[in-house]
Design a protein around this ligand. Structure first.
Ligand SMILES: *Cc1c(COP(=O)(O)O)cnc(C)c1O
Length: 243
């Protein structure tokens, strides 16, 4: 992949609190590769999802110019307002992951716009996705979100129900379930949550583990993350608080 940063975008608009995105990408790739090597893993086995939620197109363009092609957004409408134009201006395909909660009334737009849905967490949503993917003839890979901390306010299936839910999504609905995703509780050490997600994925025979954010991605890599989701580390602090 042509991902070496050309610093041609060094003149990108950068306010006092916005680090240069291309440089941050480079440094983050290095840190990710080092974390992989420390864990005796091939650096190529960990994908970097650049989380561009709340970032304006002007902040995203330098990452595209630097060769990055994998992005995450957490709101369907926001992604719809930014990505069609960004994709049109990009010479090769961009892979977009939906990493935020999905309402069933947004499923049609989500299936049309995104390439991976990481946040399947309830039967009604899984059914709506299966129906819509059939209708659009677009069978997207999906991940099941697991609420490893069993936090009442957080999305995700409870750990003890995850295996049965994965089976239901695959066998009954024909969804292409490829892995699991989790967001550990803010106040907990993340390692036990990553270990739990890995254990459930193993039990289900699932190869993909989406876990690890700016503050804990190195730990996530040590526990087998195949996809880390990094926002602030690449783009700086967000213009507004995440949902
Ligand atoms: C915002 C968000 C991220 C990125 O978080 P950072 O701490 O900014 O790296 C990752 N995953 C999900 C689900 C998010 O909503």
């Amino acid at each position: 992949m042509a991902d070496s940063s050309s610093f041609a975008s060094a003149a990108s608009p950068s306010g006092a609190h916005s680090p240069d995105v291309a440089r941050a990408l480079d440094a983050t790739r290095d840190a990710l590769a080092q974390a992989a090597r420390r864990a005796n893993r091939d650096p190529a086995s960990v994908a970097l999802i650049a989380v561009s939620k709340t970032q304006a197109a002007d902040r995203i363009r330098p990452a595209l110019t630097a060769g990055h092609r994998v992005f995450g957004e957490n709101r369907v409408q926001e992604a719809q307002s930014k990505w069609p134009a960004l994709r049109d201006a990009t010479p090769d395909p961009v892979t977009l992951h939906l990493i935020g909660p999905l309402q069933t009334n947004k499923v049609r737009e989500a299936v049309a716009l995104f390439d991976v849905i990481q946040t399947v967490d309830r039967l009604r949503l899984a059914q709506a996705l299966a129906t819509e993917m059939e209708r659009q003839d677009r069978r997207l890979p999906v991940l099941i979100q697991v609420n490893t901390g069993e936090e009442p306010q957080k999305a995700g299936v409870p750990p003890r129900e995850a295996e049965a839910f994965v089976h239901q999504c695959r066998a009954d609905l024909g969804l292409d379930v490829q892995g699991l995703m989790a967001i550990p509780p803010l106040d907990d050490a993340p390692a036990p949550h990553f270990a739990l997600l890995r254990e459930i994925a193993r039990a289900c025979g699932l190869p993909i583990l989406s876990m690890g954010m700016s503050g804990d991605f190195e730990t996530a890599v040590a526990f087998g993350a195949t996809h880390v989701r990094l926002g602030t580390r690449l783009f700086g602090s967000r213009p507004q608080a995440p949902a």
